[in-house]
Design a protein around this ligand. Structure first.
Ligand code: SAM
Length: 227
């Protein structure tokens, strides 16, 4: 079973949307498991404080290293070989290749940041790898971790139908996916490209490969350069 452990201040946000549809069915079937750990339980004092003001001044609050480390140590026993990820806009951007690698492993442990983020020292001391889901700032790591989990879970064996193996999707093979069409054959005066109706599988495959390259060059030339 592929195991996900989430350290968060908002455990109620899980499984959230992952409790429905394909991922929800797979969760119910036991293809993957999800456990949440509330960082607040390791907070200090009567108010269970988890954060403090930034050293050096400035706005916002920072999650304390001692609090987060104690939450991590309680949730993740030594010998747990799953990658320890910290969702962070400063992290390495998540890619489909990384998602595939994570899905092929034993699972993930994910720390969700809040406020201005977490004390830098705990990142190194607990071997957290920072992962970003894009160049924008969310208010917390929970939605980012749901994105990462969704991308991984759909690749687990048996989660997608056998028709949708994922092997022809965007980013597989370094290209965006070709366009899709379905019935009706003509809609608002727009026809399905004739090639797709030809029944000639080699021609269809060529058309799709050409379209994938054209779309990638137009929208994501960085992918073609291998950036
Ligand atoms: N002060 C931080 C910065 O400028 O890099 C932003 C902190 S953000 C308001 C709070 C938390 O949301 C982060 O610690 C992280 O866990 C999560 N987060 C925000 N944007 C993210 C992104 N693009 N990818 C992954 N996690 C993100």
């Amino acid at each position: 079973m592929w195991r996900a452990s989430i350290l968060t201040l908002y455990p109620d946000m899980f499984p959230g949307p992952l409790g429905t549809s394909l991922s929800g069915d797979a969760l119910a079937r036991g293809t993957w498991s999800l456990e949440t750990h509330n960082i607040r339980e390791h907070g200090l004092g009567r108010h269970r404080a988890v954060d403090d003001t930034p050293a050096g001044g400035g706005p916002g609050m920072v999650i304390r290293a001692d609090v987060l480390a104690s939450a991590i140590d309680a949730a993740l026993p030594a010998g747990d070989e799953r990658p320890r990820l910290l969702m962070s806009p400063r992290g390495r951007p998540l890619t489909q290749a990384r998602v595939r690698a994570l899905a092929a492993g034993p699972g993930v442990a994910i720390v969700c940041g809040r406020f201005e983020g977490v004390d830098e020292r705990v990142i190194g001391a607990r071997g957290l790898e920072e992962v970003s889901i894009g160049d924008y700032v969310l208010s917390g790591g929970e939605i980012a971790s749901l994105v990462l989990l969704d991308a991984c879970v759909r690749l687990l064996p048996g989660v997608m139908g056998k028709e949708a193996s994922g092997s022809e999707e965007s980013f597989e093979g370094g290209l965006l996916e070709y366009p899709h069409y379905t019935r009706p054959r003509e809609w608002e005066g727009l026809a399905i490209p004739e090639t797709l109706l030809s029944g000639d599988h080699a021609r269809i495959a060529r058309w799709r490969a050409d379209e994938a390259r054209r779309l990638t060059a137009e929208r994501r030339p960085d992918l073609l350069k291998g950036d």
